[in-house]
Design a protein around this ligand. Structure first.
Ligand SMILES: [Zn+2]
Length: 319
């Protein structure tokens, strides 16, 4: 009896140790990505810069490591031009690229997971909120190294979990979001995968500054009527705190998909005092909560499997 109890306790203990080990591991990956992407070496990943190119290469290498199939136009890349419109600069037309990898589960339909990797560079392309920051590196840890880290972690998870999900996954890291959703617009207008086969699009933009009072916002809840029964299956007590927003449209890349009548969910932890300033740094990211947000996303993705299709609904206010 005592011996049985001993073994039972030991098993539970080992189980708990393995969980905490996995958690520490996940957080280590997230940190690694954010600290690299938002390091001074990457100079704020401004569109057209050598460092933005380097960022795209980093993401490509990760995709390759996870065994994702290249689904761009040149391997993993889809090249396009983006124009700086907010300020007048001599080099207003800039080269950018999306990075696209496909996890083929042999399914008919596909879930798109997206996060933009570009940021404001050294504050010379407009939209810095700090007027004294011209020429200073805007690291963009929350915006959007946090989202890219999330994207890479979901890609790693779904490609290494030894499970063939009933949907495929298309992972896209967009360029030139900060210049007006240019990369995601380019993708939906030049799709490398049929848009009609997309189940829904999940976007992550700024998921590193979790506020425990509000929770993470999940915007786009109205873009499919099926999201209501889907979210009813989510046990709130087991997840990080969240709230839903009805609108499919919003200031990030999910808007491009919404405009093509694809249901969308946009994860966002909200604005803060470092938003679009040089002080958006890796040290200020809440990695524990970032991991919690990814767990919530995984749960929503898994629950979406029980819906063969998700109907699109327009959420624009009626005139
Ligand atoms: Zn952003």
């Amino acid at each position: 009896m005592i011996r049985a109890l001993f073994y039972q306790t030991l098993t539970i203990l080992l189980f708990l140790i393995s969980i905490s080990h996995a958690t520490a591991q996940d957080i280590a990956y997230l940190k690694k990505h954010v600290y690299y992407l938002a390091s001074d070496e990457m100079k704020g990943r401004g569109t057209g810069s050598k460092e933005a190119r380097k960022t795209a290469n980093y993401i490509k290498k990760e995709f390759k490591k996870y065994g994702l199939e290249p689904m761009g136009e040149k391997g993993y890349f889809q090249d396009f031009a983006a124009k700086v419109r907010r300020v007048t600069v001599p080099d207003s037309l800039r080269k950018s690229r999306n990075v696209i990898g496909f996890l083929n589960n042999g399914a008919k339909r596909t879930i798109v997971i997206g996060a933009h990797y570009d940021h404001l560079g050294e504050g010379k392309q407009g939209s810095s909120r700090d007027s004294t920051s011209y020429g200073i590196i805007h690291n963009g840890a929350d915006d959007n190294a946090s989202g890219v880290a999330g994207l890479l972690e979901l890609a790693r998870h779904f490609s290494s979990n030894n499970t063939k999900e009933p949907f495929n996954f298309l992972f896209i890291s967009f360029g030139a979001e900060e210049l007006g959703l240019v990369g995601s617009r380019y993708f939906v207008n030049h799709p490398t995968y049929p848009l009609s086969d997309i189940h829904f699009m999940l976007n992550m933009d700024m998921i590193g500054r979790f506020n425990p009072d509000n929770g993470v916002s999940v915007i786009g809840y109205g873009s499919s009527p099926e999201f209501v029964p889907l979210f009813e299956q989510i046990i709130r007590d087991e997840q990080i705190k969240f709230y839903t927003g009805y609108e499919g449209r919003g200031g990030s890349d999910q808007t491009s998909f919404y405009e093509k009548n694809i249901p969308v969910l946009f994860f966002h932890t909200g604005g803060h005092e470092d938003y679009h300033k040089p002080t958006d740094d890796p040290l200020k990211i809440d990695y524990e909560s970032l991991r919690g947000i990814l767990l919530l996303e995984k749960e929503i993705i898994i629950k979406s499997f029980s819906f063969p299709t998700l109907k699109f609904r327009n959420t624009d206010p009626k005139e």
